[in-house]
Design a protein around this ligand. Structure first.
Ligand code: GLA
Length: 592
């Protein structure tokens, strides 16, 4: 068939005898099969070519299906109001369809590359291409874009403006999370590959699975990409908080080296509020305790390079009886944002009659997002619920910590173990560690280090185990009056680096023994692990860690002691340390 004949055949489409014409021109058009074109009419099907390119149909109101080619490159159809489907190819590259109001599906390629569909303004999704060596996600303006999926190749997530973009998924390949401007992005998922977190949007979650996980980032910086570090007033001061006290703590955070060690948040817990809202329903501070107001206090904290947190509750009253945020979520979130608040701890007392816990927490999460200010949302519902992982950057996994060994152990077992390992632990195997990652952390509650109810050795254990669990490090002591031992514990850079490792893995106990324990946490870097040897017994004892138990393939490894800050050289197979009663030896181990 000549090009002239092809044009004649294409003209057949315009006059309606579609199937007959298709049969006529497809066979001979070896280089190019042109698109069917129907303006304002019925479905069009793109051309088909063996060894050439099939160009998709175009329709302004009906469905357009892309061309298909064996060994060539088909282009998807385009439709202005209805569905457009991408081209299909074996061995070539397929480009997805594009549609302005309804869904566009990506091209499909076996062995080639496929690019996702594009949808503009559609409420329905643009779906990424499938298959091939690489596939890119669809893109949607105002809609939802889902990334491509691929076996053995690389998949790039969808991108959305104002919508939700979900990362691609790959088996054995690499996936990059979705990208979204103003929307929500979810990172990619890889089985056996590399998953990178989503980028942009109001919130973004890191990827899951794979050998390397990179955290999600937001356009303005990562929101809790590593576990939050700061100070909270409750453990030491309870309701005895004032503007003067908080400013003094901010000063001490800087002068003691805590800020340089990574602590950022100055969080004011319960009892900062006046007993009642003002006549317009605004939440207001207790004027005796905070005579300068919260905006002035936030400005002071910010002037030190620190961030300010406040506290509220999903019910009608806080746990200490001050006004809760129930039914005032949007108003309170706007108030906090106008003050420059950076962190909200949200408690679980006095639920309103007939209210639902998930709805109440979600309402505040959405209200915070609607302010446009990045505000870390700390869910304090005392218990782990699955839905918390998608609305908060951290969530409590147990009851209130007390400044004693029994309370510390109980919270440790609950947050870091699972019910078949420790009696009294609440969560089944594989435990809560699976939910931790950049932007979302299990919270076994604030630190008691330095408050006097435990020995310095026990506080070292508390701090080390919180760090290996990638727990938030929120100091709860008086920073202006710290002993040297307390300061050394809270500012131990080697231990803090374990907590803040960008991989964001929550470490777990790996020993059979539950009394002379070995805990392990994968760190970023090849064959790099943090290890805690923890002695729960009343007498000192030797505890050994073997390299194979860490999952390491090397037979020898270099060892650094993170409390003595000493490099111990290289050892073969294992390392054994004598660990004091209630104490730890904490190591960084790198296979060599
Ligand atoms: C609850 C929380 C604590 C603290 C108090 C304040 O008990 O779990 O962390 O915020 O309320 O009243």
């Amino acid at each position: 068939m000549t090009l002239h004949q092809c044009r004649i055949a294409r003209d057949c489409f315009l006059h309606g005898a579609l199937l007959a014409c298709l049969a006529g021109w497809v066979v001979g058009c070896s280089n190019e099969a042109p698109a069917g074109v129907v303006m304002g009419g019925t479905q069009t099907v793109g051309g088909t070519a063996a060894g050439g390119a099939g160009t998709g149909g175009n329709a302004s109101t009906a469905q357009a299906t892309g061309g298909s080619a064996a060994g060539g490159a088909p282009t998807g159809g385009s439709a202005s109001t209805l569905q457009a489907l991408g081209g299909t190819t074996t061995g070539g590259a397929a480009t997805g369809g594009s549609a302005s109001t309804f869904p566009a599906a990506g091209g499909n390629a076996a062995g080639g590359a496929s690019t996702g569909g594009n949808a503009t303004g559609g409420s329905l999704p643009a779906t990424g291409g499938t298959g091939g060596v690489s596939s890119s996600g669809g893109s949607a303006a105002g809609g939802k874009a889902t990334g491509g999926s691929v076996a053995g190749g690389s998949a790039t997530g969808g991108s959305a403006t104002g919508g939700k973009a979900t990362g691609g998924s790959a088996t054995g390949g690499s996936t990059t999370g979705g990208t979204s401007a103003g929307g929500r992005t979810t990172g990619g998922v890889a089985a056996g590959g590399i998953a990178a977190g989503g980028v942009g949007g109001t919130t973004s979650n890191g990827g899951a699975g794979g050998s390397i996980l990179a955290g999600g980032t937001t356009a303005t910086g990562v929101l809790a990409a590593t576990p939050p570090m700061g100070w909270n007033s409750w453990n030491k001061f309870a309701g005895n908080i004032t503007d003067t006290l908080v400013r003094g703590i901010a000063d001490a955070m800087v002068s003691t080296g805590m800020q340089a060690a990574g602590y950022q948040f100055i969080n004011i817990d319960d009892m900062w509020q006046a007993a009642n809202r003002d006549s317009s329903g605004n939440i207001v501070p207790d004027g005796t305790k905070f005579p300068n107001g919260m905006k002035a206090l936030a400005d002071y904290v910010h002037s030190k390079g620190l961030k300010l947190g406040v506290y509220s509750d999903r019910g009608t009253k806080t746990c200490s009886g001050r006004p809760g945020s129930y039914s005032y979520e949007a108003k309170d979130a706007q108030t906090y944002a106008s003050w420059g608040v950076d962190y909200l701890k949200y408690d679980n007392c006095s639920p309103a009659a007939g209210s639902n816990i998930q709805t109440d927490y979600t309402n505040m999460a959405n209200a915070l997002k609607a302010t446009g200010r990045p505000i870390v949302f700390s869910v304090c519902a005392w218990w782990f619920y699955n839905w918390e992982t998608s609305i908060g950057q951290l969530w409590r996994t147990g009851t209130d910590i007390k400044d004693n060994w029994t309370s510390f152990i109980s919270l440790l077992n609950n947050n870091g173990g699972w019910s078949s390992r420790y009696s009294g632990a609440s969560y089944g195997s594989p435990g809560l560690a699976q939910y931790a990652g950049p932007g979302h952390w299990n919270d076994p509650d604030m630190l008691e280090v330095g408050n006097g109810g435990m020995t310095d050795t026990e506080y070292q254990s508390h701090f080390s185990l919180w760090a290996i669990m990638a727990a938030p490090l929120i100091a709860g002591n008086d920073l202006s009056k710290m002993s040297a031992a307390t300061k050394d514990t809270l500012t131990n850079a080697d231990v803090i680096a374990v907590d803040q490792d960008p991989l964001g893995v929550q470490g777990k106990p790996i020993s059979t023994s539950t009394t002379l324990e070995v805990w392990s946490k994968k760190l970023s870097g090849t064959q790099t692990y943090a290890v805690v040897l923890f002695n729960r017994t009343a007498a000192s004892a030797d505890i050994a860690v073997t390299w194979s138990s860490l999952g390491m393939t090397s037979t020898s490894a270099t060892v650094r002691d993170l409390w003595s800050h000493t490099d111990l050289g290289s050892t073969a197979t294992q390392y054994t340390a004598t660990v004091p009663s209630h104490g730890v030896v904490m190591l960084k181990v790198v296979g060599s």
